[in-house]
Write a protein that binds this ligand. Structure first.
Ligand code: DO4
Ligand code: MG
Length: 293
């Protein structure tokens, strides 16, 4: 079986570059193929084939993903893409939201069963942090959680070309007070993390099963651990991407977070300094610390 292709952005000496990993080997994408930004890659007629060709033609670099990550040189895997998100795609999310909501609970129930999914705007690139970056807790909120989610990467053509991991940081008390406060609960500085790499979708599929785990530690103490699988989603990736593309244009491509199936118990809230690790074996681990203020 061939090793999966993984694309990533990293800080080289004086510039940002794209790298491609296949097995243990790291290739410099620009030298092998001529594209050196995510937007340029996404606008190619066949981005997946371009990656495959770049991967066949290696000038290998004396680097490893682990070294890039440890030295803080692995960057968020986006440049000019908008980030959108789907909500209430797992039973766990529906139940938790119905419980937290002061009177709006029935909206969550209805959207879980409706034909049309919940999709909302999550972040511009400047609000997104990458591996090792700090995600933010709102100062005007007292109940905050990370939401570990699989993110789809969609090309301007609408094709799903890859996957990464995401954290849809959320203020549960703000959203719970009134569902109309959703944009404030969800969209603010450093409210989203993406990374560490983009797993390229070499064979198009309607849906895929990824195991997702999240652990949160405070100092040397584990304060939460949970896991799920995208097999438990109520909706298929193809369905979510199809709704996102309806009457919309994404000239730079877009990321679509697919919803959370892991929600810590109601007495849990994030604290500054907490270390959040979100992991899917095929993609890697997205590690961030929480900050506030
Ligand atoms: O309905 C509000 C947001 C839902 C969400 O972010 C999720 O289910 O992951
Ligand atoms: Mg979410």
């Amino acid at each position: 079986m061939t090793e999966p292709l993984r694309l990533f952005r990293y800080q080289a000496r004086n510039e940002i570059r794209l790298g491609l990993a296949r097995g243990g080997q790291i290739l410099d994408v620009a030298e092998a193929s001529g594209f050196n930004s995510l937007s340029a890659w996404l606008s190619l007629p066949d981005p997946v084939e371009a990656c495959r060709r770049a991967g066949d033609n290696p000038p290998a670099l004396p680097l490893s993903l682990a070294e890039l990550e440890v030295s803080g040189r692995l960057l968020p895997p986006l440049d000019r893409q908008e980030v959108w998100a789907a909500g209430v795609t797992y039973l766990r999310s529906k139940v938790a939201r119905m419980e937290e909501s002061a009177g709006g609970g029935t909206f969550y129930d209805r959207v879980y069963d409706a034909e049309r999914p919940e999709l909302f705007f999550k972040a511009t690139p400047s609000r997104v942090v990458g591996p090792g970056g700090s995600v933010r807790i709102r100062t005007d909120s007292r109940w905050n959680v990370p939401e570990p989610e699989l993110a789809l990467l969609i090309a301007p053509s609408g094709r799903r070309v890859g996957y990464t991991l995401g954290n849809d940081m959320s203020s549960r008390d703000i959203e719970g007070a009134n569902p109309l406060y959703l944009p404030q609960a969800k969209v603010y500085r450093e409210s989203c993390a993406l990374g560490p790499v983009i797993l390229i979708e070499e064979e198009p599929r309607e849906h895929r099963d990824f195991s997702i785990r999240m652990s949160i530690s405070r100092g040397d103490r584990s304060v939460f651990a949970g896991e799920t699988s995208t097999a438990r989603m109520k909706r298929r990736f193809a369905e979510l991407a199809d709704y996102l593309m309806r009457d919309n244009l994404f000239p730079e491509g877009a990321f679509l977070l697919t919803g959370t199936g892991i929600i810590p118990p109601d007495d849990f809230t994030l604290e500054p300094g907490d270390r959040i690790e979100i992991e899917a074996p095929e993609i890697g681990t997205l590690m961030n610390h929480a900050v506030c203020g």
